[in-house]
Design a protein around this ligand. Structure first.
Ligand SMILES: Nc1ncnc2c1ncn2[C@@H]1O[C@H](COP(=O)(O)OP(=O)(O)OP(=O)(O)O)[C@@H](O)[C@H]1O
Length: 256
């Protein structure tokens, strides 16, 4: 039985600084699915995430979420619809404790009345989310004292606090030790077991094969392969994109 699609992107084109960044992207993510976007530096992965969250406006094409057309909506409205993201560079509020950082996510865009109606008090819910991401015992630790791996987990907890149906994770395993990467993989599996739909970016291919149902490979703003991890990771175009054996379309304007 095919699962209903939660996110549907059709014919998406993005232009930044007068240059095409994404071209004719088609992407569907089904309810409960884990999909990874892979591709070399500058492929357009982060830009695609930013278009989904409303940080970047597409030139053309559409984005539907839960059947609703959210194309061009502002970020706060998209977040309230149920899409949350973590950023490549984790930036917790440094002077706030881990629990306070999560509480900001719990308060985001909600009225006090709505917060009071919650079944769990905010402090308790923040502790539950910190436990879920493996930060139990760190509730009172200020953001600045957390390790990189812990800051990434805090980002995930903060994103979960907004109550998403779709979680976008940008490079949560980049720069981590092998053990911390395993923890990140376990975290993604735990989220899946709880029914979360996840779209993740994995430039270094640390997590993809371990956790994804499907991979979508981008290169120079276009989809070059899509399918089960084993198939996509051995696709000739994906191999040559990663090994750099293809002509660059934007060679003249390349800024990375
Ligand atoms: N605001 C912007 N203005 C102009 N060009 C931009 C802007 N943001 C990104 N780009 C360009 O868009 C292209 C895609 O960038 P993007 O960050 O989406 O790639 P990526 O696949 O996420 O790469 P990485 O793995 O290095 O994070 C790059 O060439 C980048 O320089």
């Amino acid at each position: 039985m095919t699962r209903p699609s939660l996110l549907d992107i059709r014919d998406l084109t993005v232009q930044l600084g007068g240059r095409p960044i994404l071209q004719n992207i088609q992407l569907s993510v089904a309810q409960g699915e884990i999909v990874s976007l892979i591709g070399p530096n500058g492929a357009g992965k982060t830009t695609l995430l930013h278009v989904i969250t409303g940080l970047v406006r597409p030139k053309s094409g559409s984005i539907h979420f839960g059947g609703k057309n959210i194309t061009g909506w502002p970020p706060h409205r998209i977040c309230r619809m149920g899409i949350a993201c973590t950023f490549q560079i984790a930036r917790p509020f440094p002077e706030m404790t881990a629990a306070e950082n999560v509480q900001i996510g719990l308060w985001f865009g909600r009225r006090a009345k709505e917060i009071r109606r919650r079944s769990r008090p905010v402090g308790e819910e923040a502790r539950r989310l910190l436990q879920l991401v493996g930060l139990e015992g760190k509730e009172e630790t200020p953001g600045r004292e957390l390790t990189l791996s812990e800051q990434r987990r805090l980002e995930v907890a903060r994103a979960l606090a907004t109550g998403p149906r779709l979680l976008l994770l940008d490079e949560i395993a980049a720069g981590l030790s092998p053990q911390a990467v395993s923890h990140a993989a376990q975290l993604v599996r735990t989220l899946r077991d709880q029914g979360m739909t996840v779209l993740l970016i994995d430039h270094f291919l640390n997590l993809t094969a371990r956790v994804s149902d499907r991979l979508v490979a981008l290169d120079q703003g276009e989809t070059i392969a899509e399918g089960p991890p084993a198939q996509v990771l051995h696709h000739p175009e994906v191999l040559s994109a990663y090994l750099g054996e293809r002509p660059s379309k934007h060679a003249a304007g390349e800024d990375r």
